[in-house]
Design a protein around this ligand. Structure first.
Ligand code: B1M
Length: 220
């Protein structure tokens, strides 16, 4: 086995987007599974970067450049991981809540839902409450996914749920929350339907909640 995964990890730590892109492509060409590339090279290295950021061994600009390199890797894996023959299984409206600029985890959530056959409308980052409300009116999604990475922006999840409620839309959609500081307890307390700890389980949780809403037992 070649040492392509450590090479991708090193490129990601350097914030070398073309290097990450080339490494991911090389790993695919060597027959490595996209899931292994994602988990063992990209996600694992972002965790190391997060640790260094926390300990002041890496600073904002470097982390920002690394996140851009991570997204470059995700872009290459995206068409493979989100490839699906299934017809639309549902519609997900997704965004990082107001005040939150983190998008790597959200982009993974988008990829997993598309992989599971969902149509995804991604509103991006720093999405204000009224933008979520307008988009629910416009797109009529089955699921609204809220992502937050900062303790400070957890309050935006709550205000988004309140805005949906006051717009009379809350009961029409399943609301799923996620992101590092989010817990099941928090999500339920602020009125969401559920919480998922990671992108893969977010799909399962959404399907479960959609089935409950229809009064069916979800089986798969
Ligand atoms: Co920021 N940042 N950051 N940051 N950043 C964190 C989150 C932090 C934990 C770092 C630290 O101190 N250890 C810390 C937050 C502390 C807290 O509040 N608890 C922090 C801080 C403080 C900040 C700033 C305030 C720094 C400053 O200005 N002094 C600032 C805030 C900017 C803002 O948003 N307004 C800031 C800025 C940035 C950058 C711009 C430099 C960059 C973001 C670039 C980008 O995203 N394009 C950045 C980054 C990259 C990070 C870390 C290092 C990595 C985040 C990441 O991409 N993780 C992060 C440290 C860490 O996480 N350990 C950190 C990889 C990704 C795959 O994981 O996003 O958790 P994650 O997603 C997971 C799950 O959470 C889940 O699924 C994904 C995996 O499967 N998930 C969902 C996510 N959304 C979901 C939605 C769902 C379900 C699951 O359903 C809808």
């Amino acid at each position: 086995m070649s040492d392509i995964l450590p090479q991708i990890a090193q490129a990601l730590q350097r914030g070398d987007a073309p290097g990450v892109g080339a490494g991911v492509q090389e790993a695919l060409d060597q027959g490595l599974s996209p899931r292994d590339i994602l988990d063992k090279a990209l996600v694992a290295t972002m965790a190391v970067i997060g640790h260094k950021f926390k300990n002041n061994e890496m600073y904002m600009p470097e982390v920002m450049i690394a996140a851009r390199a991570m997204n470059a890797g995700l872009e290459i894996l995206d068409p493979i991981l989100s490839r699906s023959g299934a017809s639309a299984r549902g519609k997900l409206l997704l965004g990082s809540v107001r005040g939150d600029l983190h998008d790597v985890g959200k982009n993974m959530v988008s990829m997993m839902f598309r992989g599971a056959g969902f149509k995804v409308i991604d509103l991006g980052v720093d999405v204000a409450e009224d933008k979520f409300v307008a988009a629910v009116h416009e797109h009529r999604p089955d699921v609204v996914g809220l992502s937050a990475l900062l303790t400070m922006t957890l309050s935006s999840m709550e205000t988004t749920l309140t805005a949906l409620k006051y717009a009379g839309l809350r009961d029409r959609v399943v609301v799923l929350c996620g992101g590092a500081p989010v817990t099941e307890d928090f999500a339920l307390r602020v009125g969401a339907d559920g919480y998922a700890p990671d992108a893969a389980s977010a799909v399962e949780r959404a399907l479960e909640l959609m089935a409950q809403r229809r009064g069916e037992k979800w089986t798969e």
